[in-house]
Design a protein around this ligand. Structure first.
Ligand code: SAM
Length: 464
């Protein structure tokens, strides 16, 4: 049966086909001509064909010139790829800036009771309002929520949840090292101390925070966390706390010009053998003074010196021991041996000078001895600044025992030490390892290395 075709202009039956597509038919040339502008638009230069070999496939319906537009089509279904960076679920553009809105948005969307609870947390919005970070939030968060998502929140409310998040969030790391931020309501209540008495880990699956004391905390004493880096010097910690958490720290460590005798922020006096310390560490513009000859240095000169050294460290190739040793050599007559920059570099070296037991013999004795020396020095610093069952002490003890075992085995093999000395070193290493294990067993990322260390140490003792 032949289909009856109709003219699209007058709907009468038609038999004059379009010479181009052969699909449309007209009753007359006159109607074909009048339909031409519309039909030209409808006509596709491609159509679907079928063959046994290819199944359906696409063919050109006419000659196509180079550069001719042949298809423009809306998506039938649309979504992100299976493996993707965070993308906008609307436009699929990378979302690095706008992704930052999600946590504030979750705060804004909290049910009333929880919203009240959230708003009860300190945020310091007034102090933060005109800072560069909050100018950035006006674009990165407020604009996206109000203009892109068209949600009915006021700028002030949006910035307020940003401020509450900035003041109270923990930096969370999960099982696959994913990073997130979270407020843990009770833990957020901990005040800050530059030598805190707690530390925390996260359950990598549930992302629950798990809080531990690091030292004895008598009844009635506050439980404290650090909101900054324990190994930074006072000037740097206080500046960071002021900007990030909007308060001036006046803890015991900040109040002590020598930072519990570590001189973490001091430089050597150019006039004598003394050290230059702040005359009032709680006042960032107070003069600094040599603790031996009394020579005065201005606060901004000290800050500038510190910044120069920090930028020098930033420019070092941190995987190259020679560069780090070069830094220590250059500054040995300028900085205290436990100045914060020296601590940072020595700690980096304790990591670099590591070695597997199996390859210990290949490690140069000098480097092993250096590792032992630095671990011991840093453990003495940890006693003052980060005492007790802290992660840093755990890591240092682990490093120290590893270096001791490797060094003693190597020296004994080369007949440089007696069996008694070997045994003494292994006994010492066993004590360090026991303490490291008791500290690090709660850190999922670090405790996985413990059984290997224990097995190797046991083997070394057994082979005596
Ligand atoms: C994570 S919140 C702690 C809970 C907060 N105190 C509250 O009531 O919501 C951090 C804020 O507490 C205050 N804070 C914490 N430790 C402090 C300290 N050592 N000195 C002064 N203020 C501190 C500061 O206002 C800081 O921005």
């Amino acid at each position: 049966m032949t289909d009856v075709k109709y003219c699209p202009i007058c709907t009468k039956s038609a038999s004059l086909p379009c010479s181009s597509c052969k699909n449309a038919v007209y009753c007359s040339q006159e109607h074909q001509l009048s339909h031409s502008p519309e039909h030209k638009h409808q006509r596709s230069p491609v159509k679907v064909a079928f063959s046994e070999k290819y199944g359906r496939y696409l063919i050109a319906t006419r000659d196509l010139k180079a550069g001719e537009l042949i298809l423009r089509e809306s998506p039938f279904i649309l979504g992100p790829k299976s493996f993707t960076l965070p993308v906008c679920l609307g436009c699929h553009r990378e979302f690095s800036k706008a992704y930052g809105i999600l946590t504030p948005l979750r705060c804004l969307l909290l049910a009333n009771q929880d919203k009240d609870k959230l708003n009860y947390l300190q945020g310091h919005l007034q102090e933060r309002y005109n800072t560069p970070l909050y100018q950035g939030y006006r674009y990165g968060v407020v604009l996206v929520i109000k203009k892109m998502l068209k949600l009915p929140y006021e700028e002030e409310d949006i910035l307020n949840v940003c401020a509450i998040l900035d003041t109270n969030s923990f930096d969370v790391r999960g099982a696959s090292k994913q990073r997130a931020r979270a407020i843990y309501y009770q833990s957020a209540m901990m005040s800050h101390d530059c030598s805190p008495n707690t530390r925390h880990t996260f359950d990598p699956e549930t992302l629950e925070i798990i809080l531990y004391t690091t030292k004895f905390v008598p009844k009635g004493e506050s439980l404290t966390a650090t909101y900054t880096q324990t190994l930074w010097n006072t000037t740097r910690r206080r500046a960071h706390l002021k900007v990030a958490k909007c308060f001036d720290c006046s803890c015991n460590r900040c109040s002590d010009p020598t930072e519990f005798g570590t001189y973490a922020g001091s430089i050597k006096c150019s006039e004598c053998s003394g050290f230059i310390c702040s005359t009032n560490p709680l006042d960032c513009i107070a003069d600094w003074k040599c603790n031996n000859c009394g020579e005065i240095t201005l606060a901004n000169e000290m800050t500038w010196n510190d910044e120069v050294i920090r930028s020098e460290i930033r420019s070092l190739e941190l995987t190259d021991p020679n560069e780090l040793e070069g830094f220590l050599e250059r500054y040995k007559n300028t900085l205290h041996e436990t100045n914060s920059h020296v601590i940072e570099v020595k700690y980096a070296l304790t990591q670099l000078y590591s070695g597997e037991y199996g390859t210990a013999d290949k490690i140069i004795t000098e480097r092993l001895e250096r590792r032992i020396e630095f671990c011991r020095e840093l453990l003495a610093v940890a006693e003052k600044l980060d005492a007790g069952a802290t992660k840093w002490r755990g890591q240092l003890l682990l490093n120290l025992q590893e270096a001791l075992v490797a060094w003693a085995k190597k020296e004994f093999k080369q007949k440089n030490i007696t069996k008694t000395l070997l045994q003494e070193n292994l006994n010492m290493a066993t004590e360090y390892l026991k303490e490291a294990a008791s500290i690090l067993q709660v850190d999922r990322d670090l405790c996985t290395a413990l059984p290997k260390h224990m097995k190797n140490l046991k083997m070394a003792v057994k082979n005596l």
